[in-house]
Design a protein around this ligand. Structure first.
Ligand code: CO8
Length: 374
């Protein structure tokens, strides 16, 4: 089997950001308007009054303070509460492809590679903007890459599933160099009128380059020591958007065609599942948790990550041990753990080990053990 090394990462961050104060002001303006327009029906007990959102709740329950978005104005307008992104002609690069290309160029530069040296492109994400042609094939074309490309979706866990897919291809010899991208416009699938979830997500794109270690130019990369994936069916995070919606027009625009979740249940069920996965993964590789320099966890919820890290490590995690980016970026679905890795990897020294871990809808979870080379 060929040895695999991660030699570059890239990050595209949208230029517009929304603070909790701004988001809550917009939500509460919508609530006030709804309640005053429906005052008589609310008074008669026919309609339930909407409750306001609160910055203090959001920060305590999730740790999120702001999020980047592709369109701030439409998202915050209480009469729209949805990003407004003009449709592009088929001759223009699509939004996801454009975001992915920016992240890919950074990753290629770190890996000291030209785009035409890549053999395969994977787009692994939750929110694909169209059915076909694959976004990955469009990115392949925009960058001038030969070989092949395909899209895959395992919700928030897509990055670790994408890394394992690339790792397996390189180990077996079907590709030598793989570009794996996580392109997320989560704001397009988020119900900004839902008090329980309106604050959760943000937009971003990340990129990772995996190579056969023998031909890698960047010798300071991260060896992939081992990978592990787990899935277990659950309806607690669900989005019923899809091509069959038009066949049932009476329910086509209902709330379940956007992101919905039972957040409490997800919290309770996913924390032990992920902690167990990482613990077993380390044990099966004869590694001790105290031998880890860092865990780059999926960025959904600060409290969730503190629980997982404490269970795995047996002690309170420090910020250095378990870095957080969700305070600034919110939950960026598949990209979260890769943003954390991208921003918090440069201080690693040769031999230092860490775990990249993502988890989410499905349920699904993935763990990638890495060791700094060089
Ligand atoms: N403001 C004020 N109060 C609120 C608000 C609000 N905005 N929202 C809820 N409350 C109230 C509730 O009404 C409730 O009040 P009461 O106690 O009187 O009934 C109280 O606050 C507590 O509510 P919750 O039980 O819902 O609060 P939690 O403490 O559980 O926190 C969280 C909610 C933050 C959502 C938390 O449960 C959580 O983060 N859970 C884990 C979620 C998670 O990790 N999900 C993974 C999803 S990612 C994925 O895989 C999907 C990818 C698809 C991407 C699609 C992009 C759109």
């Amino acid at each position: 089997m060929n040895q695999v090394i991660l030699t570059g990462t890239g990050l595209f961050t949208p230029s517009q950001s929304i603070s909790n104060d701004e988001l809550v002001a917009s939500f509460n303006a919508y609530v006030e308007k709804f309640n005053s327009e429906n005052a008589a029906a609310i008074e008669a007990g026919e309609v339930e009054a909407l409750a306001p959102s609160s910055v203090a709740f959001i920060e305590k329950a999730s740790g999120i303070k702001s999020r980047y978005v592709m369109d701030k104005q439409g998202t915050l307008d209480p009469d729209i509460m949805c990003p407004r992104i003009p449709e592009r002609s088929n001759d223009q690069p699509s939004l996801l492809a454009e975001m992915g290309v920016t992240a890919a160029k950074q990753a290629l530069a770190e890996a000291q590679l030209e785009a035409d040296e890549i053999d395969a492109v994977l787009v692994a994400c939750s929110n694909l903007q169209r059915a076909y042609p694959a976004i990955s094939i469009e990115i392949q074309d925009l960058l001038g890459i030969n070989g092949f490309a395909f899209d895959m979706n395992v919700a928030c866990s897509s990055a670790t599933f994408g890394i394992q897919t690339g790792y397996d291809m390189i180990r077996s010899g079907s590709a030598k160099r793989v570009l794996m991208l996580n392109t997320e416009v989560c704001s397009g699938h988020l119900n900004f009128r839902d008090r329980d979830s309106h604050f959760i997500f943000g937009d971003v794109a990340t990129a990772v380059i995996l190579e056969d270690a023998e031909i890698a130019r960047n010798k300071q990369g991260f060896e992939i020591v081992d990978t592990r994936l787990v899935t277990k069916f659950s309806n607690n995070i669900r989005n019923n958007f899809g091509f069959l919606n038009r066949t049932a027009p009476e329910t086509r625009d209902e709330k379940d065609k956007l992101f919905i979740q039972e957040g409490r249940k997800v919290f309770r069920e996913v924390v032990p599942m992920v902690a167990q996965m990482i613990t077993d993964h380390l044990a099966d590789n004869n590694l001790q948790a105290n031998g880890l320099r860092r865990m780059w966890l999926h960025q959904a919820n600060r409290n969730m990550n503190d629980f997982i890290a404490k269970k795995v490590l047996g002690e309170e995690p420090t910020d250095d041990m378990q870095p957080t980016v969700l305070d600034e970026y919110a939950n960026t679905s598949s990209a979260g753990s890769i943003i954390a890795f991208h921003k918090h990897k440069s201080d690693f020294e040769s031999g230092d080990m860490g775990v990249i871990c993502s988890f989410g809808a499905g349920y699904s979870a993935g763990s990638i053990i890495v060791r700094r080379a060089g």
